[in-house]
Design a protein around this ligand. Structure first.
Ligand code: S3P
Length: 168
């Protein structure tokens, strides 16, 4: 019986929202997308907020919105940077089960190359080889946080039933 949140963490494009929805459905729990909660709170899109107020302010809002998720039995997809600022990773570990969807830089590159990079200001508009280099260095910087997760899933094709039994 799940009594606390299950937090999905991982780099942009790792499938946190897609898997979060599937897990929530399978476990009959509410699904929360932290980015959507932030958008509701700031009243504009994340790229607009970055442009108007900067990343530092965004991280403060992100922390506040994250901490509101305390104590709810739910599946929560976080933003790619969420675990890597302030003491957010410790907070996540202390307040729920943390599942890291791990991918290689190449896999992330393939996935992100098919998405609109402008929707993710943290990608700074990079495309092609520059995007791959950016992913490699950002992932290296963020991995020490991600790697602290309680559960690590590094098989892209992990069946849903396996994920369900991992978090149960
Ligand atoms: C960010 C990832 C985004 C969003 C914001 C910053 C990041 O979420 O929170 O644009 O720094 O990695 P996704 O991982 O859902 O794209």
């Amino acid at each position: 019986m799940i009594q606390r949140p299950v937090f999905l963490i991982g780099f942009m494009g790792s499938g946190k929202t897609t898997w979060g929805k599937k897990l929530a459905n399978a476990l009959e729990l509410p699904f929360v997308d932290l980015d959507h909660e932030i958008v509701d709170c700031i009243g504009m899109s994340i790229p607009e907020y970055f442009a108007q107020h900067g990343e530092e302010k965004f991280r403060e809002i992100e922390r506040e919105v994250l901490q509101k998720q305390h104590g709810k039995a739910s599946i929560i997809s976080t933003g790619g940077g969420t675990p890597c600022y302030f003491d957010n990773m410790e907070w996540l570990l202390n307040n729920g089960t943390v599942l890291y969807l791990k991918h290689s830089p190449k896999s992330l590159w393939n996935r992100l190359s098919q998405s609109d990079v402008n929707k993710r200001p943290a990608l700074k508009g990079f495309t092609g080889e520059e995007l791959l280099q950016f992913i490699e260095s950002k992932l290296e910087e963020r991995s020490p946080f991600y790697d602290k997760a309680h559960i690590l899933v590094d098989q892209i094709n992990t069946p849903l039933e396996d994920l369900v039994s991992l978090v149960k």
